[in-house]
Design a protein around this ligand. Structure first.
Ligand code: DC
Length: 227
């Protein structure tokens, strides 16, 4: 019997290692990985480049029009905005500092959620974000919710950014992580929220490999027989 191709939802705070774990998990299962944060980041980059977002102010009419005009695609694990790979540019502080603002717009969420549902419709996906188990796929086959204490997350994000040659201080990164937590969990539409059926994993003391193993065990325990 052919194995069922599952929808696996992974939500949680920023810098919990979600995307790394999700990418590895997808590879181990032979599934497609969809990084929904990259989609919000790419829209933020577009809004910044076009001056739709300027000094913390957003021109929402132009933002709505831009959403109708842009294309977002994933190719070889990278996100493309209107045919250009923006995978690196979307990780910088300029985008990180404004993405929660853009992600709070209802029309942005509506559009991206519709694209995400389309991408995951046939199953065989690991999708990570903030609202995957609660809004995008409330009926996902397995839901994980990742946490880690803010200092651990700031340290992880700082290492990642410094590793990429971005000159930021630990304080700046920690302030950004805390601010995004607050904005992401308190926004009116699609706030970060653990659903009752999600399995919570505190990753503070875990290695990536341990997280992946734990997730695979949960998935296999539930769906071992391929039913
Ligand atoms: O996972 P990340 O740090 O790349 O996400 C970037 C931002 O996008 C994050 O601050 C919140 C937002 N986001 C969201 O609102 N909904 C999602 N499904 C994914 C990300």
């Amino acid at each position: 019997m052919e194995q069922k191709r599952l929808i696996i939802a992974i939500d949680g705070f920023s810098s919990t290692g979600k995307s790394t774990v999700s990418r590895i998990l997808a590879a181990r299962l032979g599934y497609t990985y969809i990084d929904t944060g990259a989609m919000y980041r790419a829209v933020t980059l577009h809004a910044t480049r076009e001056g739709i977002l300027r000094d913390g102010n957003v021109d929402d009419e132009r933002l709505s029009r831009a959403l109708e005009a842009i294309t977002l695609e994933f190719k070889n694990g990278e996100i493309y905005l209107d045919g250009e790979s923006v995978e690196e540019e979307i990780r910088g502080l300029a985008v990180s500092g404004n993405v929660s603002l853009i992600a709070a717009f209802a029309n942005v969420r509506e559009k991206l959620v519709a694209w995400q549902r389309e991408m995951g419709r046939k199953g065989g996906v690991v999708m990570d974000g903030r609202d995957i188990g609660s809004v995008v796929f409330p009926g996902a086959d397995v839901k994980f919710f990742l946490t880690a204490d803010p200092a651990t997350r700031a340290r992880r994000r700082h290492e990642e950014m410094v590793g990429k040659g971005e000159p930021v201080s630990m304080e700046e990164v920690e302030a950004n992580v805390r601010q995004r937590d607050r904005l992401d969990s308190t926004r009116a539409v699609g706030p970060l929220k653990k659903t009752a059926d999600a399995i919570e994993i505190d990753t503070s003391e875990m290695t990536i490999e341990e997280e992946v193993e734990l997730m695979l065990n949960v998935i296999h325990a539930r769906y071992a027989s391929g039913d």
